[in-house]
Design a protein around this ligand. Structure first.
Ligand code: 3PG
Length: 306
C-alpha cells in the first residue's frame, strides 16, 4: 500500500524517519509531500495513495474525489475539522485522529501564553504573576486536563466547564466544575479554550462571555480561530480596555486587531501548539501505527467518522 504523508507544516525529521520505518517494516511504501504551496499539489499527490497522514492540511471533497484508491486518512493530531468527513464517509474511507498524542505540547504553550501576557509581552514594565489567579478551562479533554494540572502546580485556582465531562472527573483533579460558561467567565482571570471547531461551537465566544470577565481578564486560544466571534471580540476589547487576547491561530483580522489594541492582542506567527519534536514523534508515529494496524488487522479504534 502507498502511504502519503502530506504536511504543509512538516513533521520534525525524527518523526518522518519513524513514520517511514513503521510503514516500510509493515511492507508499505511511504511517500512525502512537504511544504506544498497549493491545494493542487495535494490533489495530484493523493491520486494513487491508499492511506494519507496529514496535520492541519485541508482534506477537502476535491482531495477525496481525486484519491481514487484512498482507504484511510489519519489526522496526526486532535482536531479533524480540516477533513471533509462527509466526502470520506460517502466513499467508505476511514478517518482517524491520534487523540492525546500532541496534547502536552499544546498545554505547555497555553501556560506560556498566560505568562507572556502577564509579563507585558516580555517588554519592560511591571507585570503580574499567574500564581493565585483563577483559570477557567473551557472543555476538559486531553489538553484541558493537562493545562489544569500544570496551572495548579503553578499555584493557580482552576475551574473548568465541560457539559460532556462528569464533574467528579474534575473534582478528582482538584478542579472546580463550573455550572455554566457564563459563571466560569464571570469568575476567571484567564480563560483557556480547548473546544473543537464544530457547527455548535463556531463563533460561540463573543461579547457576552468576554465582558463578564473580571478586570484584566485574558482569553487564551490554543484551540481554533473559528470558535471566536471576531466582530464581538473587537467590540469587547474596545469597550473593556483592560481585556486581553492571545492566540495560537491568528484571527482573520489579526493585523487590524493588533493595530487597534497594541500589546493587548498577540498571535503566534504560525500555529505552534503542537510544534515540538516530542509531539511530532508521538502523533506522527501513532498515525503510522494506526494505518499499519488498520491494513493488517482492520483495527478501527480512533475512527471518527463512524
Ligand atoms: C491539533 O488539532 O492536533 C492541533 O491543532 C495541532 O495541529 P497541527 O498538527 O497543525 O500543528
Amino acid at each position: 500500500m502507498k502511504i502519503l504523508v502530506a504536511t504543509e507544516k512538516p513533521f520534525a525529521a525524527a518523526a518522518v524517519n519513524g513514520i517511514k520505518e513503521i510503514g516500510q517494516t509493515a511492507g508499505h511504501e511511504v511517500v512525502l509531500l512537504e511544504k506544498y504551496t497549493s491545494p493542487e499539489q495535494l490533489v495530484k499527490a493523493v491520486a494513487d495513495a491508499d492511506a494519507l497522514i496529514v496535520r492541519s492540511d485541508k482534506v477537502t471533497r476535491e482531495v477525496v474525489d481525486a484519491a481514487k484508491s484512498l482507504k484511510i486518512v489519519v489526522r496526526a493530531g486532535a482536531g479533524y475539522d480540516n477533513i471533509c468527513l462527509d466526502a470520506c464517509t460517502q466513499r467508505g474511507i476511514v478517518v482517524m485522529n491520534t487523540p492525546g498524542q500532541n496534547s502536552n505540547a499544546v498545554a505547555e504553550l497555553a501556560i506560556a501564553m498566560m505568562i507572556y501576557m502577564s509579563r507585558n509581552c516580555f517588554t519592560p514594565g511591571t507585570g503580574s504573576e499567574i500564581r493565585g489567579k483563577r483559570l477557567g478551562i473551557q472543555a476538559y479533554g486531553n489538553v484541558g486536563r493537562l493545562v489544569a494540572g500544570k496551572a495548579r502546580a503553578m499555584g493557580m485556582e482552576v475551574t473548568a466547564f465541560d457539559p460532556f465531562v462528569d464533574s467528579s472527573v474534575m473534582e478528582a483533579d482538584g478542579v472546580v466544575p463550573a455550572t455554566s460558561a457564563e459563571q466560569m467567565y464571570s469568575e476567571c482571570n484567564f480563560i483557556s479554550l480547548h473546544i473543537p471547531a464544530t457547527p455548535q461551537t463556531r463563533e460561540s465566544i463573543g461579547y457576552d462571555l468576554l465582558t463578564r470577565m473580571p478586570q484584566g481578564g485574558c482569553l487564551v486560544n490554543t484551540a481554533r480561530k473559528e470558535v471566536i466571534n471576531e466582530a464581538e471580540l473587537d467590540k469587547a476589547l474596545t469597550d473593556r480596555t483592560d481585556l486581553k487576547y492571545i492566540t495560537d491561530i491568528a484571527a482573520v483580522h489579526q493585523a487590524e486587531l493588533e493595530e487597534k489594541f497594541g500589546k493587548r492582542v498577540f498571535a503566534t506567527p504560525k500555529k505552534m501548539g503542537a510544534e515540538t519534536a516530542e509531539a511530532n514523534i508521538n502523533a506522527g508515529l501513532a498515525a503510522a501505527r494506526q494505518i499499519a494496524d488498520f491494513f493488517a488487522t482492520g483495527n478501527r479504534r480512533f475512527q471518527v467518522n463512524k
